[in-house]
Design a protein around this ligand. Structure first.
Ligand code: 3PG
Length: 214
């Protein structure tokens, strides 16, 4: 899959909801009910980070939930890309980008949302054909002001800021012209998952799904 096609597919997924929950799952048994709660709350696009041994099983379980579109996050190496694809991930997200990772996702047909935090990183990815990127770590890299400033000389790029986004600051990003959606873990707090408090997670998802976009 070429980068232009990958970015177009990622942008299409971004139209489904203003927020992508970033999920780190310790217990595969919680994957399906968690996905059901998020989909019921209006957030169908889910990112499962490859940070726990259960992540591939969690992706498999969530992918079977009706309406869920499940991708893999924290995809760092070519091996991660293969793990993600074999688990059924429909897309991959990386905090940054390397040529080896880009090659692996393009060869493997896995749409990638690659990360950038500076104008040079964004330009390099754009040169290769990735016009949709993750702005990471969003808050630490300067927040909405930085992303707005990057957008002035690079107006064709679209971003999903992630890293430090909350229900409170998400609107500051979503009103930017170059932001398509935001990603974050606030919708599925670790304590709520541990307590299997799916109602609370559905409520958080519902609030997030109602956030307005530019
Ligand atoms: C991450 O890589 O952990 C994501 O960017 C989510 O960040 P957050 O936990 O600050 O929302």
């Amino acid at each position: 899959m070429n980068p232009q096609t990958a970015s177009a597919e990622i942008l299409r997924l971004f139209t489904l909801a203003p927020v992508i929950p970033v999920l780190t799952i310790e217990d595969a048994a919680s994957a399906a009910p968690l996905a059901r709660a998020l989909v019921a709350g209006g957030l169908p696009v889910l990112e499962v980070t490859l940070r726990t041994p259960t992540a591939p099983d969690a992706i498999r379980a969530m992918a079977r939930v009706p309406g869920a579109v499940v991708g893999a996050g924290t995809v760092i190496t070519p091996e991660d890309a293969i793990t993600a694809r074999d688990a059924g991930a429909r897309f991959a997200v990386s905090p940054g980008a390397t040529d080896r990772l880009l090659d692996a996702c393009e060869t493997g047909g896995l749409p990638l949302l690659p990360g950038a935090a500076t104008a040079s990183e964004a330009m390099r990815l754009s040169e290769r054909g990735y016009h949709v990127q993750k702005f990471f770590p969003a808050e630490a890299a300067g927040g909405p002001d930085t992303l707005r400033a990057i957008g002035a000389p690079l107006p064709k790029l679209r971003f999903c800021p992630t890293g430090g986004i909350t229900a409170q600051n998400a609107p500051d990003y979503l009103r930017l012209a170059n932001v398509a959606c935001v990603g974050g873990s606030w919708i599925a707090p670790v304590d709520a998952i541990a307590a299997q408090d799916w109602d609370r997670i559905e409520r958080l998802a519902r609030d997030a799904a109602a956030l307005p976009r530019a």
